[in-house]
Design a protein around this ligand. Structure first.
Ligand SMILES: C[S@@+](CC[C@H](N)C(=O)[O-])C[C@H]1O[C@@H](n2cnc3c(N)ncnc32)[C@H](O)[C@@H]1O
Length: 262
């Protein structure tokens, strides 16, 4: 069952890259406005029984944002400000003990989901992320060490499919997917050779048995028109109730996420 959590007003704007003709760039959105948007999403998720409460630690989010802004090396990112806050809030509410991020560049895509665990809001078991590009993975590990403390988050400079093989059944509480790469599940030759977001469908299929029955999967970019076209298999999979009890396409910015509950 799919829910769409968005707002026609939000669709009129973009933060990083225009997706729809006529969208205007958001400049200097106030913190108040950003908090309001995220709260609207959380309230809706609570109402739809994805999450049990809609409260998160605003002061600690601010602290994490300051640290990331000061200490992280980031080439570029389309993880926009309200998305940073939303990802953080979801982890603060769900408290996933075992988090795995795949396709995380130099770390900015996944740091928000790791934040509450790093800040010791709860006791975690395993915080891991994977980036296939060795140079980016190295920078990511350095970034994580600065913000989380030495060695608390393990970054693998490997292929996400390889790392998944080392996970046991039902081990992962939160899987964060943001890969853009070669998709081994693709039927068409060109899809197996080019980097596409469809790889996340293949990653999710491979990860499925490793997800806790109360676990969640998040995939970045799911609200982008190109994702809906190229990676529509991802959205069909998460919409299949044999696998996920519910799934929400959240268009808080032009990129959005798919937030799926087993
Ligand atoms: C460009 S990043 C995503 C950026 C993110 N959406 C943002 O806005 O900051 C996608 C990453 O997926 C990585 N990737 C591609 N295939 C992968 C795989 N099989 N395993 C792990 N990482 C992979 C790429 O190297 C790339 O750094």
């Amino acid at each position: 069952m799919r829910h769409f959590i968005t707002d026609p007003e939000w669709d009129k704007f973009y933060y990083h890259s225009r997706q729809i003709k006529g969208q205007k760039k958001i400049e200097n959105e106030s913190e108040e406005e950003e908090i309001k948007k995220v709260q609207m999403v959380l309230n809706r998720l609570k109402k739809l029984n994805y999450i049990s409460n809609a409260d998160y630690n605003l002061a600690d989010f601010k602290d994490l944002r300051r640290k990331v802004q000061n200490d992280f090396f980031i080439y570029w990112t389309a993880i926009n400000p309200p998305m940073e806050r939303l990802l953080y809030a979801l982890s603060d509410i769900l408290r996933p003990k075992n988090i795995l991020g795949i396709g995380i560049f130099t770390g900015n895509p996944v740091i928000w989901s790791l934040g509450p665990a790093i800040q010791d809001h709860y006791k975690y078991d395993k915080l891991v992320a994977v980036e296939i590009d060795k140079e980016h993975a190295k920078i990511c590990q350095e970034n994580m060490n600065k913000v989380a403390g030495e060695g608390r988050v393990k970054i693998f400079d490997k292929d996400g499919f390889e790392v998944l093989k080392d996970y046991s059944d039902k081990e992962i509480d939160l899987l964060y997917l943001d890969a853009n790469g070669k998709d081994p599940c693709a039927e068409r030759f060109w899809q197996r050779r080019r980097n596409t977001k469809r790889i996340n469908y293949c990653l999710l299929k491979n990860a499925y048995s490793k997800l806790d029955p109360k676990g969640y999967a998040i995939c970045h970019n799911a609200y982008q028109p190109s994702f809906r076209k190229i990676a529509k298999d991802y959205l069909e999979f998460t919409n299949n109730e044999d696998f996920f009890s519910k799934t929400a396409t959240i268009g808080i910015d032009e990129m959005g996420i798919e937030f799926s509950k087993i």
